[in-house]
Design a protein around this ligand. Sequence first.
Ligand SMILES: Nc1ncnc2c1ncn2[C@@H]1O[C@H](COP(=O)(O)OP(=O)(O)OP(=O)(O)O)[C@@H](O)[C@H]1O
Ligand SMILES: [Mg+2]
Length: 458
Amino acid sequence: MSSAELPPYFNISPDRALGQLGDPTGTQGLAQISENYRRGRQDLVGRGLEEGGQRQLRPFSTWEITKYLIPVAPQHFRRVLRQNPDLPQGRSETESGAKWFSLDEVLRLRAFFAAEGSKTKEYLPYRPKDVPAKIVAVANFKGGVGKTSTCAHLAMSAALDGYRVLMIDLDSQGSLTSIFGAQVEDEWETVFPLLARHYAETLRQDNQRRIDRGEAPVALDDSLSEALKIKAPELIKKTHWPNIDIIGAQLNLYWAEFQIPVWRMASRGWKLWDALTETLADDGILDQYDLIFLDTPPALGYLTINGLAAADIVLVPFGASFLEFDSTGRFFDMLHSTFSSIEESENIAARALGREELHFEWDAIRAVVTRYDASQQAEMAALIQSYLGNTLSPHRQDFTALIGQAGEQVHGIYEADYRDFNRETYVRGRETFDRTYAAFKSLLLGIWRRDELEAKKP
Ligand SMILES: Nc1ncnc2c1ncn2[C@@H]1O[C@H](COP(=O)(O)OP(=O)(O)OP(=O)(O)O)[C@@H](O)[C@H]1O
Ligand SMILES: [Mg+2]
């Protein structure tokens, strides 16, 4: 039926509707639906993969390198390559065509320019020595606001900028994990064992105290004993980006939401909010990377609380609409009540025992407007800005058709080949994510500088 014929009330015949209905759905039906999705997904993921099932990052051209990645003029860039035959020379499709380089090669070239080139130019990004990686959590309990897209694009921007990036997917939907093509078999390949290990270590300390008091220790179950052996490097997977690694997620990670409260009931002394930071620090991870990005699920559950507690910087994406503004406000309400109630209950005990009190503190918390449409949302955005002030990140991330719609192997603007788009469209779409990163980087450098100056204080 054509849409012109539709109303009034669609002329639906109950018998025809019954004919189209099919049988009721039971659990077997759910299994079948999920199997259909699984097969479709396998098909999609398999398309365009390299031999051996590996994903590959696209190459970067001289145009893109000299425009976006290394601050040198194209002529000078070519001259330096000619003078240094040991440097990567790039590949071209035709005799005189543009030269293309892998990101690995770009990173080597950048290191060369940093060592040999003009000292006045910033070839390598600022990063104070001997400070741990900064942990950045992207969170909002509202779904679909651009958490994963923001997280993935910031990670890619930071990698193109030359930082060493680790991503941790705390969302059992595993979207970030899919974007980076990581294969995660079960919860034992997610952060779950790190949380379990942290809890098991608390139990061991509890047991030591029991033994000291002459009481019998409580046996650790098999999975906790297993978790005690697992270190973060075993969970980290390489991606098709040379300087982005990931601890992935998978559906079973959701189990942590049930397991964590059970552990917390069993040992009141377990500081679950320290679990992620302390295990990453103990395993040396904070020294091996510059930035760690955490993508969180659309919920304020235990995994999100863990991620937020571990974070130095919290980014809260939301759209400039009334509903998203409203629910993001409630998210901040919940953050406040969750973290202040943890502080209160901990500090009653801390004061009684004369121990140091617990105070959560973040280097910065910023709300970020995403999917912004200037033609519809300017007024709303201005109002939001007037109420949020400094909490609102200064750049509004435009809605762009360049992300989300791309093929199954291309996720986001930094993985897309600019030759597939009108050059103007590409430049504009890219600019909105470059500026999202610029606002983030300014935050990051300010924080690192503050840390550096604090450290110098006598
Ligand atoms: N700047 C943007 N322009 C256009 N589309 C966008 C933009 N940012 C995100 N999207 C699209 O919006 C949808 C939701 O984005 P995303 O998955 O990043 O949200 P999320 O907050 O992580 O969702 P969830 O709560 O399910 O984890 C996706 O289809 C994504 O491609
Ligand atoms: Mg997401």
